[in-house]
Design a protein around this ligand. Sequence first.
Ligand SMILES: N[C@@H](CCC(=O)N[C@@H](CS)C(=O)NCC(=O)O)C(=O)O
Length: 282
Amino acid sequence: MRHRSYRRRAGRPQIPVDLPRSPRNFVLSQLRTHFERAMLMHVRNRSLHCKKHCGATLWHLHHRDGIRSRTRMYTLYSMQRSGNCYKVRLALAQLRIPYRLVEIDILKGENGTPEFRAKNPSGRVPLLEVAAGRYLPESNAILWYIAGGTPLAPDDRFERAEALRWMFFEQNSMEPSIGAAYFWLTLVRGGRDLKMHAIEGWTESGYGALGVMEEHLETNRFFAADRYTIADIALYAYTHIAEQAGFDLSGFPSIRTWLRRVAAQPRHVTMEWSPTLLEAAG
Ligand SMILES: N[C@@H](CCC(=O)N[C@@H](CS)C(=O)NCC(=O)O)C(=O)O
């Protein structure tokens, strides 16, 4: 099976490289474009800078200004069984971005420590440390950050707005109903009794959200830009575990087909999957 790549598309102007013969120039001439030569020099300079000033030794794809550079590795604070955290792990895996994973079990109160609250005052996961002391919370904001500049994050103004529309919908309609039901009914011991009064409301608004998604998917393969994007990743996270939270998907054939379509995307990982260390593909 031929796998598509979601990695950043570098512009490849077809400029002939014509340099005097020398071992160094021979290597340079193998780099097919002026663009790639410029990137190489940029990375080399940054790598020297990093070695000198912070001793960094790890490669990762730093998606800043469309430049792939040698810099610090991301740290993701995440809980394995959280759908919001799964969104980020899924996107990082599909983009082949290596990162360090720190498990924060909110059921054990590990998100309430002063150390964690200093990083994220809302005390929530996921939380991405993008550089030393620079933290980004909110799953969908993290998706935009890590996928920026790749086909997973639409560039076109309308398509970007479409992706945002569905990601806001996910946070407003899906996460507070199906996400909350999943959390209280499957993860928290005694959660059903504690939240008995809320179940009817979750059920009504959860099925309402599924209905809106079903209608869209009857005539669309994906949620935005006519292709797989971070909007699909955001909505997949809680939809694919909706049945565990008591939602019956048998009346939503288009959603069930879409779930299979998403799971068939290149480098898809399940919610149980956990990285050790993914090296950026060369
Ligand atoms: N809107 C946030 C929601 C994050 C969230 O609610 N995370 C849960 C785990 S799924 C959490 O950390 N809860 C702990 C708390 O609220 O104290 C996002 O999308 O990241």
